[in-house]
Every structure is written in C-alpha cells, then in structure tokens.
Design a protein around this ligand. Structure first.
Ligand SMILES: N[C@@H](CCC(=O)N[C@@H](CS)C(=O)NCC(=O)O)C(=O)O
Length: 220
C-alpha cells in the first residue's frame, strides 16, 4: 500500500523524509501543503484534524499516521529496512543521532516559519532582523556540526555510508544557503559532505525545486 507524504517543497523537514523514501525506493503519493498562501494551508481545519501540530511533514501509511520527521524516518527505516539509514553500531548510531539533533532541536525549530512570524509580530522585527536571527542560529549550530564532523565524517557524515545524519544535514545546508551562509569557506567539512551527497540521485530527486509544488512548476 502506497504511503502518503504531506509536504511543502521548501520544508527542510519534509525534504529529510523525501530523501529517505528515495533511498528505500518507496513509491508514495505527494500531497502538497502550502505553508504560506492564504495564511497557510497547514492552519486550515482539514489539515489540523490530521495533524494538530499544524506542520509538515505528515506521513500516512495505511491506518498509521505520523508527524515529526525523526519518528517518520525511524518508521520508514523499520518498515523498509534496506538500505539501513541508522547505523547498527551503538557508538556510531549515537554519534549519528547527535548530529541529527544539533539540527533537529538546535537549529530548525528556532528559525521555523511560525517562530519567525511571532518574532515579527511581537517584537516588530523586520525582514532584515528576522534573517539575521535565522543566520545566528544556523551559524551557532554549524560551528558545532563542523567540529563533530571532524570526528565522524568520511565521504558522508558518519564515515562512508549515508545515514539519517546526511538526511538532516543536506536540507539544513540548503536552508543556510538561502541565508547566504558561505559553506565552502566557513564550514569545509559540512560543505564536503553536502557536495558528496549530491553525487547521489536520491538526494537530487528530493531537492525542493524539483518537487511537484515548486513555484517554477506552477507559475502563477
Ligand atoms: N519537529 C518537526 C518540525 C516540523 C516543522 O517545523 N515543519 C515546518 C516546515 S520545515 C512547518 O510545517 N512549519 C509550519 C509553520 O511554522 O507554521 C519535524 O521534524 O517534523
């Protein structure tokens, strides 16, 4: 039975799940949820009934439905075990999760759309201030990631095999580039892994701009 992924082309958390589904060669139905138009489709009652957290990704497989990319990725890895995306070795797995969490709890949530919207409304932050806030948290997290990758990385984040750490890293780098962060010169280890990932079509097919709801596919 084909799973369904509720996604938004530029959502970094949905991007993580798209890469995993590509690696597992799982065919899925892509359901776009526009996070901006008309105040955000994710805030409408139809979507809120599915996911009260009002976020993408949201994943449905048969009668099972899930939000939270880490939970979704774990479920996907359990349901479709090959190729394994979580290392089996206890030390490598814990390092892999450490890298994920630097992004999952230390970067992405602090500069999420809803956080930026509250900052704008409560503190009158303009677009320039909001961008500077986002950059601050990306830089803060990337400094730590760069150091950790010095210990763990090979061709990918954890040695030479793709793991969920890469599935978190690549979308966060994509987001960092939007904020004009110079990955190549400031974070050479991050940049190297990011570049290596794009040798693989599983990463390329998950890129925001090739998703069905990417704006150049739907010119207004
Ligand atoms: N911890 C969640 C975060 C999900 C999340 O923040 N999704 C963003 C897009 S990347 C979203 O839907 N934001 C809607 C909003 O901020 O209003 C996960 O990993 O799935």
């Amino acid at each position: 039975m084909k799973p369904t992924l509720y996604s938004y082309w530029r959502s970094s958390c949905s991007y993580r799940v798209r890469i995993a589904l590509n690696f597992k060669e799982v065919e899925y139905e892509y359901r776009p949820v526009h996070l901006v138009n008309d105040g955000g489709e994710h805030k409408k009652s139809e979507f809120t009934e599915l996911n009260p957290k009002q976020e993408v990704p949201f994943f449905i497989h048969g009668s099972h439905s899930l939000s939270q990319s880490m939970a979704i990725l774990q479920y996907i890895d359990d349901q479709w075990p090959q190729p394994e995306l979580f290392p089996k070795d206890a030390k490598l797995k814990s390092q892999c999760l450490q890298l994920c969490e630097i992004i999952n709890s230390g970067i992405q949530p602090i500069q999420n759309l809803k956080v930026m919207s509250v900052i704008g409304k409560r503190y009158n932050a303009d677009e320039k201030e909001k961008a500077s806030w986002s950059r601050y948290w990306i830089v803060e997290g990337f400094k730590a990631l760069e150091k950790e990758l010095e210990k763990t990385s090979g061709h990918f984040s954890i040695k030479d095999t793709v793991t969920v750490a890469d599935l978190f890293l690549v979308p966060q780098c994509y987001n960092a580039k939007r904020f004009k962060i110079d990955l190549e010169n400031e974070y050479p280890k991050i940049f190297k892994v990011y570049k290596n990932c794009f040798e693989l079509e599983e990463f390329r097919r998950a890129l925001p701009e090739v998703q069905p709801d990417a704006p150049d596919k739907n010119p207004v």
